[in-house]
Structure formats: structure tokens, C-alpha cells
Design a protein around this ligand. Sequence first.
Ligand code: UD1
Ligand code: PEP
Length: 439
Amino acid sequence: MSKIIVRGGRKLAGKVKINGAKNAVLPIIAASILGSEGESIIYDAPPLDDVFVINQVLESLGIEIEFKNEVIRVRAHKINTCEASYELVRKMRASFLVMGPLLARLGQARISLPGGCAIGTRPIDQHLKGFEAMGAEIDLGQGYIEARVKGRLKGAKIYLDVASVGATENIMMAATLAEGTTIIENAAKEPEIVDLANYLNAMGAVVRGAGTGVIRIEGVEKLCGVSHTVIPDRVEAGTYMIAAAITGSNLYIENAIGDHLRPVISKLQEMGVSVDEDENGIRVIADRPLRAVDVKTLPYPGFPTDMQSQMMALLMVADGTSLVTETVFENRFMHVDEFTNMNAQIKVDGRTAVISGNSRLKGAKVCATDLRAGAALILAALVADGETEITGTHHIDRGYVNIAAVLRQLGADIYRLTPQEVEQELPEVGFFTAQPTLA
Ligand SMILES: CC(=O)N[C@H]1[C@@H](OP(=O)(O)OP(=O)(O)OC[C@H]2O[C@@H](n3ccc(=O)[nH]c3=O)[C@H](O)[C@@H]2O)O[C@H](CO)[C@@H](O)[C@@H]1O
Ligand SMILES: C=C(OP(=O)(O)O)C(=O)O
């Protein structure tokens, strides 16, 4: 078990370069399964644990895949099996995204049930509804989902009961090789869906309307590997924007795309943060105190649920009372108890949290209950009095490249203890007396 240790109170300064988006690269890697000829070269792939896991899933299917220097090369000419094992799928829900491509390519897929996680039950009924509408037979049993189709999938009109990102992606990928036209209604509109559609179209697919609520896919006979550069990670960018805001600092967030971050930028501006966009990134300049604002998470282009906990950290030190309403996941307030341990004043009533601002946060021993909760704890710790010790860092590694090292370079008093260092139970180390390890 590794730990991140933060001592609050330092301002940040400088520039941070945003990596390729986790939530874009994962479906793109899954989509590479569809390329029966050529090689896919995926640029700006972030070196994150989730990316390593999905690469292992493809490898376990017999696909050639190589990941070096943020470039992934995939050759999926030969696929040995249609089964993705429990050991890999349980590590990461997004590995279920191989279902659609495998079904389209091989007419069969057997994937372990991804299960729920800390933020909610996360069913996959809408994915399965789409595959069934395209003619697949679905069997649920013994922890696995099996889907089969005789011949090719058939194009269909599919209305999603919820605008699910994963279901839109899975169905879109399956439909690229189906016979005829598939129309997805109430499709998710996230930028990662558009990035996936651009990748599929470059491979030879015909996908129209991605980024709107109706996506139309004309099935084609085959797809080929291509080169593609992944979009920058809007959640990583938003997290560093809040790092600037919470510490009252001036940071340049290189590569961040303002259009993907509208709700986050608007809320920061309402709070009194200065946000300036140019063609290469976004400059954030903040001076506390900041005004309290209300936030409600919604599917894109609404305020992203993946930024909810980081925003809550900022609202804890804003001037006044804020309401945060989580509408996307039913259990995404696990961080509240950890924040309370840091002296935040928060009451949860159903899906709404009432945050009394102006908290004087105090360092504490806290645990990252999920990926974004972990990032939010780091943000709160940057302004807390004294030392905060964050465990559960494996969650953070799923979605942030070297976050402790990046923040340290920007001036934060933060370092990471490796599991070996934690085991040695280092006595009260002075700050920076333990050799800082790259996070
Ligand atoms: C790898 C990836 O891209 N993950 C993102 C993706 O997750 P993911 O694709 O899993 O999220 P979904 O958009 O599918 O989930 C949104 C809501 O729909 C519900 N639902 C989903 C599918 C389904 O078949 N039935 C159903 O009821 C979920 O329980 C949830 O309440 O979008 C989420 C919402 O923006 C983000 O928080 C995640 O970071
Ligand atoms: C919830 C998230 O990811 P995942 O869907 O991979 O769990 C996230 O990125 O915040």
C-alpha cells in the first residue's frame, strides 16, 4: 500500500501539461479490436493503470499490442479467443467495452460481469439492450455474460433509457460492422464519444451525429488500423484548474480544451476565479476568498460527475453555503466522510450535499474511496493546516499520471511513499527528508 503525504499551505506556480484522456483512450483501444487489417497507432496514450489493464485484456485475446512512450500499437489481425477473464475485467469496469467489438468481429463474446463499484451499482442493461436489438442472444450466468449472433449483427433503432457513455460507445462499435443502419437515440454526447467516432471513421466506419443525441451508423464489411491522437483529458485539466483555484495560484494548463470544460470554467468564473483560454491551453488565476456556488452534475454538456468531488473540495473553502447535487451516480458522496475528517462542514440529504464554506481544513489520515475522491482529497490537503496522509492511492493511479510529482514541481509540499517505505514505518519524517519518489 503506498501513501501520498501532503503538507498544506503552499502556493502553486507554473505550467502543467495535460495527458491524453483516460476515458477516450480506453474505448479507442477496445475499438482497435475491429481492425482486421493494418496497424492502429494511438498517440498521446496516458501511462495509467487502467490503460495497462485494457492492454492486458487485448493481449489475453491474442491481439498484438505494444505500449511505449505514450504510443500504443495494435495489430488485431488474429484473435484467439472471444473470452475476457474475470481476473482482468474485475480490475476495471471499462474492460466491458471489448464486448461490442468482439461481438461484431467474431459473432461471439464472453465477458466477466464488471460488477458495481464505490460510486454506484453501474448496471449494463443498456449495453445488452442494444446488442439484443441488433440480433444478439444474451446469456447471463455464473458471473459471465455471453453474447452470440448467427452471421452478422443487424442494424437497429435503439433508444437508450439513460444517456450512458459506455452503452453508446459499446453499441456504436458493434454497429460499425453490422448489416444495415443502426440509430442510437438518447445517445451520450461526451467529447470522448466524438473522439471514438473520429477514430472509427478513420478506420473506415460510417458514424454520423456523434456529439448529438442521435448517432447513425451505417455498417461496413471491414475496418483497418489507423493512426489517431487521443484528445486531452478534461477531468485531469479540471482537477489542476481547481488546484490553482483552491491554493489562490496562477497556473497554465497546457493542452486543456476550453470547449470540453465549459461547465467547470463557468462555475470557477462565478466563484471569482479568472480563467483565460488561448489556443494552447487555459490560464487560471485565483485569489481567495471565492464565492460559494451551487453545482448539479449532469451528462455532458452539464457539469461532469467526474469533477464533483474536486469541486466540493473547493466549495469547502469558499465564502458561503453551496449545494452540490449528484444526479449521475447514486453513491458518489463517499468522499464526504473523509472531508469531514479534515474539518469540513458538510451535510448530505439524499443526492444533495450542503457545504458550509470557510472551513479551516486540518490535515488528517484519510482514504481515497474512488479515483476522483482521491484527487479531491489531495486538493483539500493542499490548503489544510498540517499534514494529510492519503491511502487508497491505487484508485488515483487509475486516472492521474504522476499527480504527486506534478504538484511538487508546481510548488506543493507533497510526496509519495512506496509500499516498501510505508512498510518500513518511517518515523516522523521531516518534509522532503524522505527521498521523494515519482508518483
Ligand atoms: C471509462 C469511462 O468513460 N468512464 C466514464 C463513463 O462511465 P460509464 O460509461 O460507466 O457511465 P454511464 O454513462 O454508463 O453511466 C451513467 C449512468 O447510467 C447508468 N447506466 C449505465 C449503463 C447502463 O446500461 N444502465 C444504466 O443504468 C449508470 O448506473 C449511471 O447512473 O461515464 C461516466 C459518466 O459520465 C463517468 O463518470 C465515467 O468516468
Ligand atoms: C468513474 C470514473 O471512471 P470509471 O468509469 O473508469 O470507473 C472516472 O474516471 O472518474
